[in-house]
Structure formats: C-alpha cells, structure tokens
Design a protein around this ligand. Sequence first.
Ligand code: NAI
Length: 255
Amino acid sequence: MDREFVGKTAMVTGSASGMGKAAALLFARKGAQVVVSDVNVAGGEETVRLIKEAGGDAIFVKTDVRSSADVQALIQKTVDVYGKLDFAYNNAGIARGIAVPTGEYKEEDWDMELGVNLKGIFLCMRYEIPQMLKQGTKAAIVNTASISGLAAHPANPAYVASKFGCVGLTKTAALEYAKTNIRINCVCPGPIYTGMFDYVKSVFPNAEEGARAEVPMGRVGQPEEVAECVVWLCSEKASFVTALAMSVDGGEAAL
Ligand code: NAI
C-alpha cells in the first residue's frame, strides 16, 4: 500500500457507515491521521477502532452537519488535535420520503433532506476553507453528490434537488478558490451497497435487480470503489483537477 498521506490529516463526515467509513479506512491505510465524524456515535467509534487496530491514528468527533456550532467545533477539534486539515471529505447524507412526487412531498422531509445533504455541505466548506487558506499548504475538498445530481429521478424531489445543489455548490466554490491552494471536487456515485442502499431496498424490495438492469456494467458498486476515487481526488495525482463532478456509477450517467 502506497503510504502517500503520512503526515496528512483527513476529516470525513458520515464515516460511521458506507462510503464515508470506506474512505476513512483508506485514508488511514495511506498513512493519514483521520477525523471520523458522524451523528452515529457507536458506528463512528467502530470506524476509529478499526483504524487503530490496523495501526493507524484516528479520533471520533460527534457532529450533526446541519449544525453550524457542531461543524465549527469539528474543524477546531481537528486543528487542536492534529494541527491542520489537509483533506475534507464532506459525505454525510440521507434519503427521506423516496417514492413521493413533488405535489405530495412533505415539507419536513424537504427541510431534513436539504439540511443534511446541501446545507451540511455548505457549512462544512464554510469552516474548512478559511482553515485551509490560513494553512496555505496544498489542500483538497471532496463532496458526495450522486448521479441524482446529474439527472432527474422522478418521485425523489428533495434528494435530487439537494444533489444538483451539491454539484453546483462544488463547482462554484472550486472556481472561487481555483487560484489558491485548495482544489474542490465532488463524486457522483450510482447505486452502492451501503446503509442508504438498504433503506432504498426497504422501500423498493426489487431495487437491487432494478439497479443491476439499469447500470451499464450490470452491478451495484462497493463503497471501497468510491473511496478509491475520493482518495485519488485528494492526492497529488489529481493536482490539475478541480470543479469536477466525477461519476462513479458503472456508466449510468452516460445513458
Ligand atoms: P450510509 O447511510 O451508509 O452513510 C451515511 C452516513 O451519514 C451515516 O453514517 C449517517 O449516520 C451519517 N449521517 C446522516 N445524517 C447525518 C448528519 N446530520 N450529520 C452527520 N452525519 C450524518 O449511506 P452512504 O450511501 O454511504 O451515504 C454517503 C453519501 O453517499 C450520502 O451523501 C449519499 O447521499 C450518497 N450517495 C449514496 C448512494 C448509494 O447508492 N448508497 C448513491 C449516490 C450517493
């Protein structure tokens, strides 16, 4: 394993589960100190335990990405413990009220969905960027959007709006800071086996067969396959890459 991130600090939101957890473990395997953050304390502590068991260094900071105070405290804790923030993977996300069209969609589900998936990304970048500028060293931010941020998916209005918003916000921030030390990109995963996919299957029992039929590569992705892209986007190998919405979807976005 290439230990290219020795001496670097990576913070990952939503890293108690799924893609965030896979990315936290991969950052650690590449030598980074990892700040695991999530609302799920037991899951977050388990991610830290796995990193430490493998000889890595990590802390858990309970964070609700909808809360400005929580996100500010998360960045402060990262700097207090590790002295800096090199990579931020803003990944926490939820899916609520799927299978409900716009004309019937509940306002509280809209607020919750946009609160986590879009305001959460904004708040994270709002406090990460000043810290990264202050450091002046090369830094990278990756946000998790979705293929639902690139094409409409009926009966999923808040999720689609939040993910289109994430893509737009990522590109806007990337251009704002393009001449600085910070690169900003997002990943747009297709269907991936995670906690969220389990939720989708609880609403649509045939979701897995449907996904296999829809994805050109004929399968659902693994969280580790997204983590590899996130880590690459943070690495120096991606030194000329900013404002990218990278599909990680077995070809689905090309349909
Ligand atoms: P997951 O459910 O396994 O992980 C999401 C994590 O976010 C959980 O640990 C959860 O506790 C945490 N979280 C939820 N609300 C939070 C909050 N307010 N503050 C902090 N943490 C919070 O699901 P998955 O799939 O790993 O989700 C990661 C990202 O990937 C999300 O942004 C999701 O929208 C996106 N995504 C997922 C796809 C899939 O098929 N699984 C496809 C495309 C995008």
